[in-house]
Design a protein around this ligand. Structure first.
Ligand code: COA
Length: 158
């Protein structure tokens, strides 16, 4: 069974992330979308809230699971019997950070491969922080996130 892990902050999940997940589930037997800790970010949503929003977004995908973890990503992937880490690449600006992270993860665990996937061009400008900024300023995020995420953003801001 080919298992891939898609880690990220998902603060919150966007249509760009969902696009990557929908592509990944066609390539792997199981895709685990996991909310991870990024030490450089202070999230708006708790890990439980982020998992809930992801679950609601992927409920139609039979081979997709949602989880969260703390600690080293490669240790988590090994525990889950995964062989691949999925990362989305939107623009060249993502590359340097992703390249370093992929090489670091490979040096930590040679048997785990990072697979880069491109979301649809319509999502290349989408990021969670922009979604939070637009929502925070009262803008319309309906083109960027599912309705249930837009509702969670409103609730958080209220
Ligand atoms: N569509 C839309 N947006 C996307 C996207 C897509 N397909 N892919 C990435 N993004 C955005 C995210 O929304 C996020 O935007 P933001 O910066 O405005 O919040 C940004 O791109 C990158 O975020 P994300 O993909 O969530 O990665 P991250 O940098 O927050 O997370 C971890 C990186 C969590 C995977 C990494 O820190 C990690 O592995 N942590 C565990 C500890 C560890 O093992 N560290 C060693 C790593 S070498």
């Amino acid at each position: 069974m080919k298992i891939a892990v898609y880690p990220g902050s998902f603060d919150p999940i966007t249509f760009g992330h969902i696009d990557i997940i929908e592509r990944a589930v066609t390539l792997f037997d199981k895709v685990i979308v996991t909310v991870s800790q990024n030490f450089e970010k202070t999230p708006w949503f708790t890990a439980a809230e982020r998992c809930e929003m992801i679950k609601d977004s992927v409920s139609g995908l039979a081979n997709c699971e949602v989880d969260h973890f703390k600690g080293l990503l490669v240790d988590y992937v090994s525990r889950m019997h995964g062989t691949a880490i999925i990362r989305g690449l939107r623009a060249l600006s993502d590359f340097e950070f992703e390249f370093k992270m992929a090489l670091m993860n490979r040096s930590l665990a040679e048997d785990i491969t990072t697979v880069f996937m491109m979301p649809h061009a319509r999502y290349t400008h989408v990021s969670s922080s922009l979604v939070r900024e637009v929502a925070g300023l009262g803008g319309d995020v309906s083109m960027l996130v599912p309705d249930h995420v837009a509702r969670m953003l409103k609730k958080k801001l209220a």
